[in-house]
Design a protein. Structure first.
Length: 453
């Protein structure tokens, strides 16, 4: 078996950036020249027969390799998208004001626009938002005005409705002192045309969409969503009904696409390949996705075809096994200059581990999203560890503690289905009250990463 980081076929070129790489560097993890192979002194992972199968990559290093791998492919050109399609993407060009905001003097309140000292004669017709510029006011004159309407020229202030009264002769009086410019939003108060509103690398939130619309934008230039194709492997998988006769339901086919979308990816296809090596090779070589995700077939059994196919097409293995439980048979390969493949184990919770270890940092970097700030909480109970490998354990968050969940075996989903996060348990385990790093699940984390459509 080829050691991680070694060349299986012809080397892929390294451009090591995106079109907007320099500007986005501040919101992403530090760049690194090249992708370091697994150190030769690391312990090997044993095969089921006790033989040395390959040198597994430590879990933290595997995540770093996945993030750096996304920077070393071909350039990904920014795209222009309508505002309605931009939520969750990242600005690839600065958002600059296309006009003054506001673009004219605007009433900030319902009331009267007044000129000079009171009392004031009130015009018969008022001023509404969306109408043309009203006639200028003269001293001693007022006009009814609505919030957002254009303020007449030569107006002194806007008198709020609750601060004015009219006498028997119809004259308007103020019930309190009024200051020059009161409740008028002057032209350019928020920005002037050409001002930079937001820099490159800004994550587009609902508020950013509102600002862009207010500034006159119909489209924004963004880093495109990474395109992902999912290949579901295994002859034993059913798509409906109850398990029977050695067949089991496919949990990953329904689970992976929305999870990948929650990472900000566009899932372009989900294909069921079975245990057909020829069909798998054809699907991999014909895919034009940025990332191919396979399920199962990453070990060394009689129908585990992922490794032989990657070797046969000249792919470069960057990670071949990770020192993590569950999920240690996961892999990451560079298939082409601008394409990677993440091989997930077939067991459901092991596949989740592979998603968070390899797919999430790679997709995050492709999408130019900033790396999340690491955080930790104390464990309510002691957690048994693996002697050599990191463990990822589903937990729920209760106040300032993380409570580990049962049903955390590689094939189990009951724990992760109710979890808020995965706790990173170092080799050897963690004591009660010891702090553990947490990996948020995308639907449990704050922010706009929650996106299932």
């Amino acid at each position: 078996m080829t050691a991680p980081g070694t060349q299986v076929g012809a080397p892929a070129a390294d451009s090591d950036d995106l079109d907007v790489e320099e500007a986005l560097a501040l919101v992403r993890e530090p760049k690194d020249d090249g992708i370091a192979p697994t150190p030769r002194h690391e312990p090997v992972t044993e095969g089921t027969d006790g033989s040395e199968r390959h040198r597994a990559t430590p879990w933290p290093q595997a995540r770093e390799i996945a993030a750096r791998a996304a920077r070393s492919g071909a350039r990904r050109a920014p795209v222009s998208v309508p505002l309605g399609d931009a939520l969750g993407l990242v600005l690839a060009t600065p958002l600059e004001a296309l006009t003054d905001l506001p673009s004219f003097d605007t009433s900030a309140m319902d009331g009267w626009s007044v000129a000079g000292p009171g009392p004031w004669e009130v015009r018969d017709e008022g001023v509404l938002a969306g109408h043309a510029q009203p006639e200028p006011l003269t001293d001693g004159e007022a006009v009814r005005i609505a919030t957002g309407a254009r303020v007449p020229a030569d107006a002194t202030a806007v008198l709020r409705s609750e601060h004015g009264r009219t006498d028997a002769q119809g004259k308007l009086h103020s019930t309190r002192d009024i200051a020059q410019g009161q409740d008028i939003r002057p032209r350019g108060q928020e920005c002037r045309s050409g001002d930079q509103l937001l820099p490159v690398g800004t994550l587009i939130t609902p508020a950013v969409l509102g600002l862009a619309a207010a500034a006159g934008y119909d489209t924004v230039t963004v880093v495109p969503r990474p395109r992902v194709e999912v290949l579901v492997l295994g002859d034993e998988l059913l798509t409906e009904g109850l398990p029977h006769d050695g067949l089991i339901r496919d949990a990953l086919g329904p689970m992976l696409p929305p999870w990948l979308r929650a990472f900000g990816a566009e899932v372009v296809a989900v294909r069921r390949i079975g245990d057909d090596a020829q069909a798998l090779r054809k699907a991999v070589t014909r895919s034009d996705a940025d990332l191919i995700v396979t399920t199962g077939g990453t070990a060394a059994g009689p129908v585990d075809h992922v490794h032989p196919i990657l070797e046969g097409i000249g792919a470069e293995l960057l990670v071949d096994g990770v020192k993590v439980r569950p999920g240690h048979p996961m892999l990451l390969a560079r298939v082409k200059e601008n394409q990677h493949l993440v091989g997930l184990p077939g067991n459901p919770l092991a596949a989740v581990s592979g998603l968070l270890t390899l797919a999430e940092p790679l997709l995050r970097t492709l999408a130019a999203h900033p790396a999340p700030e690491p955080y930790a909480l104390s464990l309510r109970d002691a957690v048994q560890g693996h002697p050599n490998d990191t463990r990822l354990i589903p937990v729920v968050l209760r106040g300032d503690h993380a409570q580990s969940l049962h049903y955390n075996g590689p094939a189990m989903l009951r724990g992760i289905a109710v979890a808020d996060a995965l706790a990173v348990v170092p080799p050897g385990g963690a004591r009660q009250g010891e702090e553990a790093e947490l990996l948020d699940l995308p639907w449990a984390a704050a922010g706009i990463g929650v996106c299932f459509t």
